[in-house]
Design a protein around this ligand. Structure first.
Ligand SMILES: C[N+](C)(C)CCCC[C@H](N)C(=O)O
Ligand SMILES: O=C(O)CCC(=O)C(=O)O
Ligand SMILES: [Fe+2]
Length: 412
């Protein structure tokens, strides 16, 4: 560090001539940092192991290797393909800048080989760990049945949905916010159901097929193919990557019962977090297995998916995936004995939340009404039924649904 101190200015500040310190930017829960004019003022210092920047009322820390790695100069980064050119493996892990300069909008670092990197301060703030810590990856509205009903979320209309991007965008916005969305007036056929889903994404083919249609004929080795009630669950928890979206269209039902149950899993997970952070932590850290074993005359399948009940981003504690399927949960043999009891306690707390009747949204699916469920978030179940009931649908590839949402300007 002696060498460093000889060549480098270690501290500095830049203040816009006529501007004073403004109030700290307000964090609106899911919003990213906002920078308004009075917060242009910035202070910085070179610490031993990182560059400390105070900008927009926020103190941020940037590791030196990270800074070198994120140089956006033409030789380090190809802005046509949005890909890094720089070989990260060639960066000296003890690299330090030899010169530092900050103006009102940018930080300039000179590296030992003379290469200069310019970083826009707002870009740094947006991409800092501290900035991400307070912003949501995926803005959403957690709901129980009252919140969802009061929101009066409208369904998309088939014709408009197929022809108008604004209708698709509104639909996807609702889907991202609530984890469920409906399209109505769809012709009651498998073909039309396929058409409506293809407007959003690529269909994810699984061992159940591409488009599937099922009745209570027990044609597959799963309770879904019976008339029995099904408690709330997420599907394909036994895949390493559970299906992102599930589509349901009830093509006919001549009988009684058979209503669909929907529960926002993230609402319940959030209640667990508020009431018992230790239980939330346990559910997000302990990996368990789910399994699908099917032996039919003409086909056999054995799927195993491993992961915690709650998939959580560690930096902001945001839940992004719930695997909850008591039918398909496999033997627990991944949890040490002294943790199993605590895991069951945590699982019970989540189960109690999920079973709170206030959280249950019941809908009767009818021909024409297509339901899209975020299968990483919203649990579904069904009431037992009588009579002939035919349900068709498919799973969608999650990446492509989110891709469509982003292409329409939504944060996903
Ligand atoms: C939807 N479809 C009828 C095709 C399959 C149902 C799969 C049911 C399975 N127990 C699970 O939860 O994944
Ligand atoms: O029959 C239903 O309403 C849903 C059954 C089910 O859970 C499924 O197919 O994934
Ligand atoms: Fe299911």
């Amino acid at each position: 560090m002696a060498l460093l101190q000889t060549f480098v200015k270690l501290r500095g500040s830049v203040r816009s001539a006529s501007r004073a310190w403004g109030p700290a930017p307000v964090l609106l829960g899911r919003k990213r940092w906002q920078h308004t004019a009075p917060q242009d003022t910035c202070n910085w210092q070179l610490l031993d192991d990182c560059f400390e920047l105070r900008y927009g009322g926020q103190v941020m820390h940037f590791n030196y290797v990270w800074l070198r790695d994120h140089c956006r100069s033409a030789s380090c980064y190809n802005s046509k393909t949005n890909q890094r050119n720089l070989d990260t493996g060639s960066i000296d892990l003890n690299i330090r800048p030899t010169k530092t300069r900050v103006d009102e909008e940018n930080l300039f670092l000179t590296w030992p080989d003379g290469h200069v990197t310019r970083y826009n301060l707002a870009w740094l703030a947006k991409n800092s760990y501290e900035g991400q810590k307070w912003s949501a990856m995926q803005p959403r509205i957690l709901w129980n049945s009252e919140i969802y009903s009061d929101a009066k979320v409208t369904s998309a209309n088939w014709e408009k949905f197929m022809s108008c991007d604004e209708e698709l965008k509104t639909f996807l916005n609702n889907f991202l916010l609530y984890g469920i969305a409906f399209v109505e007036d769809v012709p009651a056929t498998i073909d039309a159901t396929e058409t409506v889903t293809k407007r959003i994404s690529i269909i994810r083919e699984t061992m159940y097929g591409r488009m599937w249609s099922f009745t209570s004929d027990f044609s597959r080795g799963d309770t879904a193919y019976t008339k029995l009630a099904l408690d709330r669950h997420t599907d394909t928890s036994y895949f390493q990557e559970p299906s992102g979206i599930q589509v349901f269209h009830c093509l006919r039902h001549e009988g009684t019962g058979g209503r669909t149950l929907l529960v926002d899993g993230f609402y319940s997970a959030n209640k667990v977090l508020e009431r018992s952070p230790e239980n939330f932590e346990l559910l997000s850290r302990v990996p368990i297995k789910h399994e699908f074993i099917e032996n039919l005359g003409n086909q056999s399948n054995h799927m195993i998916g491993i992961g915690p009940v709650l998939g959580v981003y560690p930096w902001n504690k945001e839940v992004y995936m719930m695997r909850y399927n008591n039918y398909d949960r496999a033997v627990i043999n991944t949890v040490p004995h002294n943790m199993v009891q605590r895991w069951y306690v945590a699982h019970r707390q989540l189960t109690d939340e999920l079973r709170n009747p206030e959280n249950e949204l019941w809908v009767k699916l009818k021909p024409g009404k297509v339901l899209f469920i975020d299968n990483w978030r919203v649990l579904h179940g069904r009431e037992s039924f009588t009579g002939l009931r035919q349900l068709c649908g498919c799973y969608l590839t999650r990446d492509d649904v989110l891709n469509t949402a982003r292409s329409l300007g939504l944060q996903a």
